[in-house]
Design a protein around this ligand. Structure first.
Ligand code: LMR
Length: 327
């Protein structure tokens, strides 16, 4: 009897010791932007919420500014288990699904409220699952904002962009968008954009106020045209293998912390769209060009035919649903 008691006690001690020393599940969160951006702030908020609520069980480590993986490698790395979470822009998923290309269609959403309505609606929510066949799970959308065009020269009308080289994200829709104005699009990673602009290897690029400000593109681009021609948002993503390896209770807690962090990031996105634009204007380094309605219409006329080209891949009904979110 005593032997048994001792054995049980010894077992309890061993199990106890194992529990006490079990390492927390590690979530490496890799992204490409600076920390003072909507995505950077969302990631740190997520890390902090998890540390507060799930200490000892889960630990989030954030790697900003392409320190761990650049945007062209992160999804492959995720499928290999080298990183557990990321939030690439919706433009960077075309190897994994054609449907998310909808977010790149020029002049589809009139503002971020429309984007939000579409993402929260049934079609947007269904798109979160469009990567499942490839082993990836969409955990939620995160906003950055509407894109603007920056360049070496003042861009007022589409003809001003002709023959100019623009860096784009890895998206065929964005390629077609620039080809529609007879410009030359070049797919390049985000981490290379500043140097490409600074050395004048390219003439311009498209991005949000927050990215133009935080990565100092405005210091090497004398003109920024406020076109609001497209949206740059993110998909927070993980691998199915990692996600399903978490027990259900933990998964629910992690998702809850992430949802709160995303809400925080979205609030910052709205503030930054205004604040960073103002900071750029105040810097005097770059002139912000406000185009007239008639000029803007010329951009719409030139770029909107791109929709038809991708309708087959994206789905005409999905495009209609997205358009309806403008009302
Ligand atoms: C870009 O490549 O321009 C953006 O997707 C960067 C980002 O993650 O905001």
């Amino acid at each position: 009897m005593r032997l048994l008691t001792t054995a049980v006690a010894a077992l309890a001690l061993t199990v106890g010791a194992q529990v006490a020393t079990a390492a927390p599940v590690e979530i490496k969160f890799s992204h490409v932007v600076a920390e003072n951006t909507p995505k950077g702030q969302m990631a740190t908020k997520f890390r902090d919420l998890v540390a507060e609520r799930l200490a000892g069980k889960v630990e989030v480590k954030v790697f900003p500014s392409s320190q761990l993986f650049g945007d062209n490698k992160v999804l492959e790395a995720m499928l290999l288990g080298d990183v557990q979470m990321a939030a690439p822009s919706l433009s960077k998923f075309q190897k994994y699904t054609k449907q998310l290309q909808i977010f790149d269609l020029p002049f589809l959403f009139k503002d971020m409220d429309a984007v939000e309505r579409f993402q929260n609606g049934p079609d947007g929510q269904k798109l979160l699952r469009s990567l499942e066949k490839k082993g990836l799970v969409g955990l939620g959308y995160l906003h950055n904002g509407m894109k603007q065009l920056s360049a070496n020269d003042a861009l007022h009308v589409p003809a001003d962009a002709e023959s100019k080289k623009f860096r784009i994200m890895t998206s065929d829709v964005l390629q077609a968008q620039f080809e529609a104005v007879k410009a030359v699009p070049l797919k390049k990673p985000f981490s290379e954009v500043f140097t490409l602009l600074q050395t004048k290897a390219i003439d311009g690029q498209e991005n949000t106020w927050s990215n133009i400000f935080s990565k100092k593109f405005f210091e090497v681009q004398p003109f920024i045209t406020e076109t609001n021609h497209g949206v740059l948002d993110y998909l927070v993503v993980t691998s199915a293998e990692f996600w399903l390896s978490l027990d259900e209770g933990l998964r629910t807690e992690v998702q809850k912390a992430l949802n709160e962090a995303i809400a925080h990031g979205n609030k910052i996105a709205a503030e930054k769209a205004e604040g960073d634009k103002k900071a750029i204007a105040d810097s005097g380094r770059s002139e912000i060009i406000n185009i007239s309605d008639a000029e803007r219409q010329l951009w719409v006329n030139a770029m909107k035919p791109v929709w038809k080209k991708f309708e087959g891949q994206i789905g005409a009904d999905l495009i209609k649903a997205a358009e309806a979110s403008n009302n």
